[in-house]
Design a protein around this ligand. Structure first.
Ligand code: AMP
Length: 214
């Protein structure tokens, strides 16, 4: 089963992907996580992607599609959650092509919707574990000890692109380049819309119902 989690930055895609992976048999593919990892390791992809990620712009499609293809080939026998990918029409078309070459397809596309004000509120309070990537929100899912990950006790950090200016830029990019994916997927009966303001557990329940896992 191949599931796309789409929606604006901060709508909870990563959190929902983590929940699905921990409770069901999915592997998680987050292009954002891949780019942050490559940047930290200073690989050639990381060096190229750094300025885009820092400024909240999209990394070029060819590179994004290449890392996606490599991941899909390595995980051919798994159900994949695509988190933050595709983000452009060429990426959506590219994904369909990669999957069809492997006799696969996109099975579900879930758009998590959230207002801009709530997004800014959530993202400025978001903290990430520097070691395991667990996601916290200082407002509604704070860690037990301030600044420390509950799971692995590593330090929590704020993503450099979680500042209000970069968040607004990412929202513009979402509106201009990603939102049109809704019409791309609308004609198939694969697309579903979920209200991201409902809270983590209710959003999770809505998603597993859509996926037929409830
Ligand atoms: P995310 O963690 O999904 O919010 O992504 C963080 C940043 O990584 C984005 O603002 C982009 O710069 C880059 N990025 C992530 N996914 C993609 C994608 N599918 N296409 C292009 N750039 C991406």
């Amino acid at each position: 089963m191949n599931v796309i989690l789409s929606g604006p930055p901060g709508s909870g895609k990563g959190t929902q992907a983590e929940l699905l992976v921990s409770r069901y048999h999915f592997v998680h593919f987050s292009t954002g996580d891949v780019f942050r990892d490559e940047i930290a390791k200073k690989t050639s992809i990381g060096i190229m992607a750094e300025a885009y990620v820092k400024e909240g712009r999209l990394v070029p499609d060819e590179i994004t599609l290449e890392i996606t293809k490599n991941f899909i080939i390595k995980n051919q026998n798994h159900s994949i959650i695509f988190d933050g990918f595709p983000r452009t029409l060429p990426q959506a078309r590219g994904l369909d092509k990669i999957l069809s070459e492997l006799n696969g397809q996109v099975d579900f596309v879930i758009f998590i919707e959230l207002s801009d004000d709530e997004i800014v509120r959530r993202l400025t309070a978001r903290r990430i574990c520097s070691n395991c990537g667990a996601i916290y929100n200082l407002g509604f899912t704070p860690p037990k000890t301030a600044g420390v990950c509950d799971i692995c006790q590593a330090q929590l950090i704020q993503r450099t692109d979680d500042t209000e200016t970069v968040i607004r830029q990412r929202l513009n990019v979402y509106r201009n380049q990603t939102l049109e994916l809704k019409s791309y997927y609308e004609n198939s009966n694969k697309m579903h819309i979920v209200d991201g303001s409902a809270g983590r557990d209710r959003v999770h329940q809505a998603i597993i119902k859509i996926l037929g896992l409830a």
